[in-house]
Design a protein around this ligand. Structure first.
Ligand SMILES: [Zn+2]
Length: 63
């Protein structure tokens, strides 16, 4: 079995912090998005980026 480059993926956010995170829009729990490059709300499905280990939980800009 060939190993992919994804073997080094770890939790980008400390678990203590991750546990208290909630969606600012609907207060539902957040989950890691695919590849753990971001977070996705389990409630409304809104996506939030993770920048330098810090989740950016700003409501999306309305255009
Ligand atoms: Zn939500």
């Amino acid at each position: 079995m060939a190993k992919s480059k994804q073997k080094g993926i770890e939790e980008p956010i400390p678990k203590d912090l991750f546990d208290i995170l909630a969606c600012p829009l609907c207060k539902a729990d957040l989950e890691y998005a695919k590849g753990k490059k971001g977070l996705v709300c389990s409630g409304c499905g809104e996506k939030y980026p993770i920048k330098e280990g810090i989740p950016v939980l700003l409501p999306p800009k309305t255009k």
